[in-house]
Structure formats: structure tokens, C-alpha cells
Design a protein around this ligand. Structure first.
Ligand code: UTP
Length: 294
């Protein structure tokens, strides 16, 4: 689609969180490296970005997250061995899901001061252009990647685009919730406000922020002066609210199902759901599940 707006070339993946909900698994292994079926959680988000045409992958990491860097590097000995043994399918898979030389950057957050602070740490690498942001814990599964759908919306409307999904009204107090104005068609609305974890009776809608964003670089100036908010952390939502008085924000209700892999039940559900969607695994696995349930 040709567009009047600058292309989205870069994606930021904040992966510096401590993953305390998954201890002791995350004592040594970054939570983003936990596997769903046979891929680490972070790889799903990166594959989604590749599908959307992203060219540069920026990981905001922290201490003990070195495995993420190694995962996206060329495993020279492994690839040479696969080649020598004629394992062409495995080799192709490894090559397709690895960013090419010079297209992955890693920056350390140093202290986990919150998601907003993690995003701010990417400012010099992003520079003065709009960018995609994925919270990799939120694994989004569907026919077409969420980012690819969002890039279409951005190409038409520009501005900042926030992926949203509907949740039961009684759950809205757990999430960031958007307030909607004008309906622009194709599940897209102009957003007039956002609130982090509202009281159920105060929630402006049942649409929650799902962990995928297209943001303008103006967010960095807001984050630079953002005071700690909920939980004593520098909150991205607070900075987006500050930016909203100056720039357009749109919500987009994407096609796909979200699994919160930072949470045990969400992670287990993702494994079961994605295994049941795999033709090579589903027939046997379904039978095993049925037997287990009795
Ligand atoms: P979460 O709050 O879900 O991650 O942040 P967490 O803090 O690692 O999880 P728990 O609650 O202790 O189990 C959402 C995303 O933001 C990143 C996380 O890595 C995750 O991808 N994040 C969060 C950072 O990069 N830095 C932070 O300071 C906080």
C-alpha cells in the first residue's frame, strides 16, 4: 500500500523485565526464551515484525538476558552441521528467522524502572522516525500478524496506532483501557483518552491495550520527563496520555488471539492452543489431552 507517511522500519522489543511471576524458571533463563511449542516466546514477536516488513530489531535487555542475543546471532557451527547433514528444512528455518548482519541492536536498560523507561532506552537507536513496539510476553496468534494489520492502518491514518482487544467488562480493571471517539471504519477509532487499570465503574470502554504499538518519536521527549506512576514505575501509558494532546492516536481492533505468556495460565494456554493448531502435532496431542482430561 503506498502511503503519505514514513515507513515503519524499526521495532523495539523491551525484554529487560525480571519475570518474577515465572520464578524459579526465570532465575537463569530469560522469560522471553521460554518456549511455546518449539519456539521461544520472543521469536513469535520477531517473526510478526519480519512479516510486517520491519528491517531493524532493537532489543532493550538487562543483566542475565544474554541468551536472547545469542538466539538472534548466527550459530555458525550449528548451521554448518545442519548443512553437512543435509538437514535443509531445519537450516532454512534457522536462516529465515534470524535478523541479517547489522539489523539487530541490543541496548541495556541497566535498572528495571518500568516499561516506559525501557522504551526510552531505545531512543538513540530509533532516532527521529516512527517505530513499532511489541511487548513480547503478549503472543498474538492469527492468520495474519498483528503488526502487518497495524501497518495497514498506519499507512492510511498516520499518527500513533494502538492494538486493542475486547475483554469482559469485569476484567477491565487489570489493564490499560482506551476511550474512543470517531469510528473510522475497519475496526479503527480515534482515541481521546487512556487510563491504566481503572475502577470497573470508571472504565471508558471494554477495549484494552494489547501489547502492540506504532509510535511517533515524540514519545521519547514525553518519556524523558515522565515521573514514576503506578507501581513506582515509569509508565508508557502516562507518556502516551501526555502526547495525545499534540498528536493523533488511533485504536485498532486486530484479528487474532492474545496469550499473555508472562502469566502461567496464559503461557500454558498458548502452548496447548498453538500445538492444537499444528498439523504435525495436533492429532497425537489432541488424543493425549483428551485422555488426560478423562
Ligand atoms: P511485565 O511487567 O509484564 O514484565 O512487563 P516483568 O516485570 O518482567 O514481569 P513480572 O511481573 O516480574 O513477572 C512487560 C514487558 O516490559 C518489559 C518486560 O520484559 C516485558 O516484556 N519490561 C518491563 C522491561 O523491559 N523493563 C522494565 O523495567 C519493565
Amino acid at each position: 500500500m503506498t502511503s503519505a507517511y514514513p515507513r515503519i522500519r524499526k521495532a523495539v522489543f523491551p525484554v529487560a523485565g525480571l519475570g518474577t511471576r515465572f520464578l524459579p524458571a526465570t532465575k537463569v533463563i530469560p522469560k522471553e526464551m521460554l518456549t511455546v511449542v518449539d519456539k521461544p516466546v520472543i521469536q513469535y514477536a520477531v517473526d510478526e515484525a519480519i512479516e510486517a516488513g520491519i528491517e531493524h530489531f532493537i532489543f532493550v535487555t538487562g543483566r542475565g538476558k544474554g541468551a536472547i542475543e545469542d538466539h538472534f546471532d548466527l550459530a555458525y557451527e550449528l548451521e554448518a552441521t545442519l548443512k553437512a547433514r543435509g538437514k535443509t528444512a531445519e537450516l532454512k528455518m534457522m536462516q529465515e528467522s534470524r535478523p541479517k548482519a547489522g539489523t539487530a541492536s541490543f541496548v541495556r536498560q541497566q535498572e528495571p524502572l518500568g516499561l516506559g523507561h525501557a522504551v526510552w532506552c531505545a531512543r538513540d537507536i530509533v532516532g527521529d522516525e516512527p517505530f513499532a513496539l511489541a511487548l513480547p510476553d503478549m503472543l498474538i496468534h492469527g492468520e495474519r500478524g498483528c503488526f502487518a494489520q497495524m501497518v495497514d492502518v498506519y499507512s492510511k491514518h498516520g499518527g500513533n496506532v494502538i492494538a486493542v482487544e475486547q475483554v469482559p467488562h469485569e476484567h477491565v480493571n487489570r489493564y490499560g483501557v482506551v476511550a474512543l471517539a470517531e469510528d473510522l471504519g475497519n475496526e479503527t477509532h480515534r482515541i481521546t483518552g487512556m487510563v491504566e487499570k481503572p475502577r470497573i465503574e470508571d472504565a471508558p470502554s471494554d477495549l484494552i491495550i494489547s501489547g502492540r504499538y506504532i509510535l511517533q518519536p515524540g514519545i521519547f521527549a514525553k518519556l524523558a520527563t515522565q515521573k514514576p506512576g503506578a507501581g513506582g514505575e515509569i509508565q508508557l501509558t502516562d507518556a502516551m496520555i501526555a502526547l495525545m494532546s499534540e498528536e493523533d492516536f488511533f485504536s485498532y481492533r486486530f484479528n487474532g488471539i492474545t496469550y499473555d505468556c508472562g502469566d502461567k495460565i496464559g503461557y500454558l494456554t498458548a502452548n496447548v492452543a498453538l500445538a492444537l493448531d499444528r498439523p504435525d502435532i495436533a492429532p497425537k496431542f489432541r488424543q493425549i489431552l483428551l485422555n488426560l482430561i478423562g
